[in-house]
Design a protein around this ligand. Sequence first.
Ligand code: AKG
Ligand code: FE2
Length: 349
Amino acid sequence: MTDTFTSIPIVDFRRLQNPETKADALTQLREAIFLAGFLYLTNHGLESLTQRAHAKLPELFSLPTEVKEKCDMINSPSFVGYTRLGAETTASQTDLREQFDFGTSGLKPWAENHDPFWQRLEGESQYPDHPGAKELVEEYISESAKLSQEFMRYVSECLSLPPTTFESFKGNMDRLKFVKYPQAAPGSQGVGPHKDSTGLFTFLSQDDTGGLQVLNKNGDWVDAPPIAGSLVVNIQQGFEAITGGICTATTHRVIAPTKKTRYSIPFFLGVRMDLTLDQLRESAAHIVKCIPASDDRKKRAVDVPSEFLSPLYSCFGEAYLRNRILSHPDVGQRWYPELYEKYSKQVLS
Ligand SMILES: O=C(O)CCC(=O)C(=O)O
Ligand SMILES: [Fe+2]
């Protein structure tokens, strides 16, 4: 195994499911997790659903502005809803994308008097007023949740852990986004360099445009060109924290397209928000002990704490809320004015 990657590995889900090929496929999965933190998942079974969803996206984004703005994220303390072009910031720069954010539906509503403030992140989605939109989102989230649960079992197995190891870390709310990147001048920022921070794993369906890039350990940007029918899966900071930093969340970005509009659909598998730093340290220590990683990697795991685990925050939920407030400052200022003031002044060490 070399020290870094120059292309994104491919893992065939069907080979993980087939007892005859499973051992070999688990080895590939482990290398992808350790080496890149990114992989293409093929033969995952959601091919026709992702195709149907992509066919719907141009329609949804071409709805009249007033229809889209009726479900504007500014209405939502849970940061779900529509974000117009230019209202999102990553790495201190404006992203050139427009998007709808949704979450798992039917969760218990936030109760001001006894739920913690960050629990308000879990709330009902706002759907664009368009036939079939809500049904499509609900089906997409429910199918992706099933796939991601099975995927996580294989991840546990490839790390020599019992298959259900990570299940108790799963949160109540998964998130889904429909994203549109309009054509822009060469080199424009579709979304700036970032690690996904609000969950365990991301499952991304991109169209055939290209533009997604992943940072390797030498500091080079590696293209993740579209592979028809595949999902790009990556580790989020929640999973990095749970594995004590051994499985790292990898930085990525999207260069805005120059020739045509790009659409993508990321699904974010949620993490349990009530986990405190101490609880996490304890379970991470246990998990790290079992994972067969090199001593060097284990040492690095201790040396490189995730920013998600900053002692500035009481638990995952608070770190997550901070991330949402700073990414969507208009929504943050409206619903959490005091926290906005506090978080925007903090510097993460
Ligand atoms: O649109 C994409 O391909 C990636 C989007 C992304 O990285 C994100 O929204 O976190
Ligand atoms: Fe991302």
